[in-house]
Design a protein. Structure first.
Length: 316
């Protein structure tokens, strides 16, 4: 074999080696990315009034296709093992089709107990994803008022004292006072079942005194907006709320003296709750009567120093 023929063979071998190397590099660059799948959100909500349960599972996928989405619900006390199939076709509780959010609403009665939920996603490539959570179905109780306390102060730095709403809230022509009130509620389902405690007032003035009074003097009816109360304490099923909030600052509502156009009359407080199960509930209505110091029966030891002329000696 002559030298030129050997050179040709060597060149072909070198070319073949270089070609194999380049092909390997190109193949490595063009290799598909790894499959990515994830359950980013799993929600479950059971409506005890309608005995319907809603599931929603949000899936993030790449280079793969979801074949099946199911939710398994199991329980031990009252044995249960049931499977539900979700959809992403804008049917049976699913709102938008083909958006990666699988949903479903199903009829089922769930007795009071704890339930284990397991979302299972099966992809076309055989990958299985899981997400688990627990829900508690408990008996629902209507919140009930334990007591309502009205508190009165004559100064920002003074200690407040309780006003018996079965009696009267006295005013004079000089002193500004402040009204706050608290409400204690018993809810066996706890604080989580109370969305809010609210109140509104209707004021009926009997008469008006003092300067800067508007034209409306007698039998003026004034309705207030709805005010939200602040939860200040919770102990298991006992919850305490007060009127002070971001808008009603300490020490409370300003009650002007009669010299600044205050009036005698009645304020009707309507207290209500928004319960997560029962919805809006009227809890109680309380009438608080506002009178001048020289009206009614004067027997408040705490108020004596503020009405010495009209009231005279306090009744012990």
């Amino acid at each position: 074999m002559d030298m030129s023929h050997c050179n040709i063979i060597m060149k072909k071998i070198i070319y073949l080696i270089i070609s194999i190397g380049l092909w390997s590099c190109i193949s490595e660059i063009q290799e598909p990315e790894g499959v990515y799948n994830n359950i980013s959100n799993f929600q479950a909500d059971y409506d005890q009034l309608t005995n319907k349960i809603f599931f929603q599972v949000t899936i993030e996928t790449a280079n793969d296709t979801v074949a099946d989405v199911r939710v398994q619900i199991t329980a031990n006390d009252v044995p249960m093992d049931t499977m539900f199939i979700l959809n992403d076709t804008a049917q049976d509780g699913d709102l938008i089709a083909i958006n990666g959010i699988y949903s479903g609403i199903f009829d089922i009665f769930l007795p009071y107990q704890s339930y284990q939920l397991r979302a299972v996603i099966q992809t076309q490539s055989g990958i299985e994803l899981n997400s688990e959570k627990t829900i508690q179905v408990e008996e629902q109780f209507i919140p009930q008022i334990v007591d309502i306390t009205f508190l009165k102060k004559y100064g920002v730095d003074e200690c407040g004292y309780e006003v018996d709403y079965n009696n009267h809230y006295f005013i004079n022509n000089e002193d500004t006072s402040y009204l706050n009130f608290q409400i204690r509620i018993k809810d066996m389902n706890g604080l989580d079942n109370i969305e809010s405690i609210r109140y509104e007032t209707i004021t009926t003035w009997f008469s008006a005194e003092g300067e800067e009074c508007p034209d409306c003097v007698e039998e003026c009816l004034n309705e207030s907006p709805v005010y939200y109360m602040t939860n200040i304490a919770s102990n298991d099923s006992m919850l305490t709320y007060e009127a002070i909030n971001a808008y009603i600052k300490e020490p409370g509502f300003i009650i002007n003296p009669s010299s600044v156009c205050n009036r005698s009359g009645v304020i009707t407080f309507t207290f209500s709750a928004i319960d997560t199960f029962y919805g809006p509930l009227i809890l109680d209505k309380i009438d608080l009567v506002f009178l001048n110091c020289n009206e009614g029966t004067w027997s408040s030891e705490d108020d004596c120093e503020h009405c010495p002329v009209e009231c005279g000696e306090c009744v012990e």
